[in-house]
Ligand binder design. Sequence first.
Ligand code: ATP
Ligand code: FE2
Length: 326
Amino acid sequence: MLALGIEGTAHTVGVGIVDGSCRVLANVYGMIKPEKGGIHPREAANHHAEAVVPLLQKALDVAGIGPDAVDIIAFSQGPGLGPCLRTVATAARALALTLRVPIVGVNHCVAHLEIGRGTTECEDPALLYVSGGNTQVIAFSRGRYRVFGETLDIGIGNMLDKFAREAGHGFPGGPVLERAAKESSTLLPLPYSVKGMDVAFSGLLTAAVNRMKKGERFEDLAFSIQETAFAMLCEVTERAMAHLENDEVLLGGGVARNRRLQEMVSRMATDRGARMFVPPGELCIDNGAMIAWTGLLMHRAGVRMSIEDTVVNQRFRTDEVDVVWR
Ligand code: ATP
Ligand code: FE2
């Protein structure tokens, strides 16, 4: 069985094709990079509308198949930016109706977890999902993926991007900070904000920007931001793992590509006799393959949707999904 998945919740529009054993046959994407400032939902949606058809063709070419070989179409139903979600859902509906194949709407956050389970050896992990807009600790419990901890304000990636932007760097800021942090070992005190299972980053961001305006080195600030923010993430992830008696931790989201974060989470896991798993980078960021794979799991478990069921949900919560495939 072959599933084609279309992702488009935010900056990235992606098309992926996977088979029934989670072999990724194609995973192509395009990304809108804001010139300055943040992402504008309407502009991103226009970008996705122009990019999606060429990307569909490219994915089929990469996979070496024709459209008739596709058995189901999956798309990111939420959470995300309304105009982007609607654009991608429209493309998915048109394609499914044209090819006369089933359509499945997929929860984006759940897809980050499932692609990790599909492509690494982990079976029942706690997922630390760290991207631009999202920061959550998710794990399976009583038939659902539940959010055990999350950011109370901005996503960690947004925080890194905003700091880099204040310092005059382009988007994305995460990799810029990772490189700069390697040039420092000076830990400046920054607000460490963990509240129970949750984290908050806006105080840290404000403090770091203020220190920069007072002339502190960018490298020292990059290092200190990473050490402080990543320690917060390790703390809440460890607490969820202890609560669930979980011995696997999976990383997902664009920030999961950060080597220092991987090192810190891996150390935390090893210290408690657990293991860390990281999917390949192209499957950590927003991508169509994770949507295709989750759609395939859902379809195989008997989930069926009519076109009326494919309305997008900007605030689609992780624990709204009935995980019938586990
Ligand atoms: P979502 O819609 O799930 O919130 P997103 O649109 O933010 O996702 P992703 O591709 O998952 O997209 O993540 C992008 C984020 O990852 C950006 O904030 C970027 O700065 C960050 N990032 C990418 N590489 C690194 C890195 N090496 N270190 C830290 N952050 C990184
Ligand atoms: Fe994402």
